[in-house]
Design a protein around this ligand. Structure first.
Ligand SMILES: [Zn+2]
Ligand SMILES: [Zn+2]
Length: 159
């Protein structure tokens, strides 16, 4: 088994984390609670059991969503960050700097799955540039999102 390091954090950069170890327990959960907590059709999560996990900048705010589960999110920008249950701490896949490394292997809570989830891959596709006519403000877009790597200081000092 190779030791790997993963990094990630919220959209604004106030909360950052490191994981050392091997992440393999990757899922999406369709349950109604995960839909709400992520504001999404389903929640992509990776269990950190057996790894070394640490918050390296800031700490999430929490909401106890049931008697056994606590959910964490950035109190500054609202990014959903974790699901903590008796079977371990699971981190939101999209919060990682490289979510493409974390391929889901199972779907949970499918009794609550929104039926059109199965139709998503057949929807028409567009790249951002296709939308410039309808949304010309995208031409002048300046991102305030934290970059997909650790930073010494954030927001970056203005030079
Ligand atoms: Zn944030
Ligand atoms: Zn769920």
């Amino acid at each position: 088994m190779t030791e790997e390091t993963y990094t990630g954090g919220c959209q604004c950069g106030a909360v950052r984390f490191h994981v050392r170890g091997v992440l393999k327990d990757i899922s999406i959960c369709h349950c109604r609670m995960c839909q709400k907590a992520f504001g999404n059709f389903f929640a992509p999560l990776v269990n950190t059991k057996g790894t070394e996990f640490e918050w390296t900048r800031g700490e999430p705010k929490t909401f106890q969503s049931s008697n056994v589960v606590t959910r964490g999110f950035c109190g500054n920008c609202g990014t959903p960050l974790y699901y903590d249950a008796p079977d371990g701490l699971a981190i939101a896949v999209g919060a990682f700097d490289h979510p493409e490394q974390l391929r889901p292997v199972v779907q949970f809570g499918v009794e609550a799955k929104i039926a059109y989830c199965d139709e998503l891959p057949s929807l028409p596709t567009r790249v951002t540039e296709d939308d410039l006519e309808a949304a010309p403000f995208l031409t002048d877009l300046i991102s305030y999102q934290h970059p997909d790597h650790d930073t010494d200081q954030w927001p970056e000092a203005k030079s």
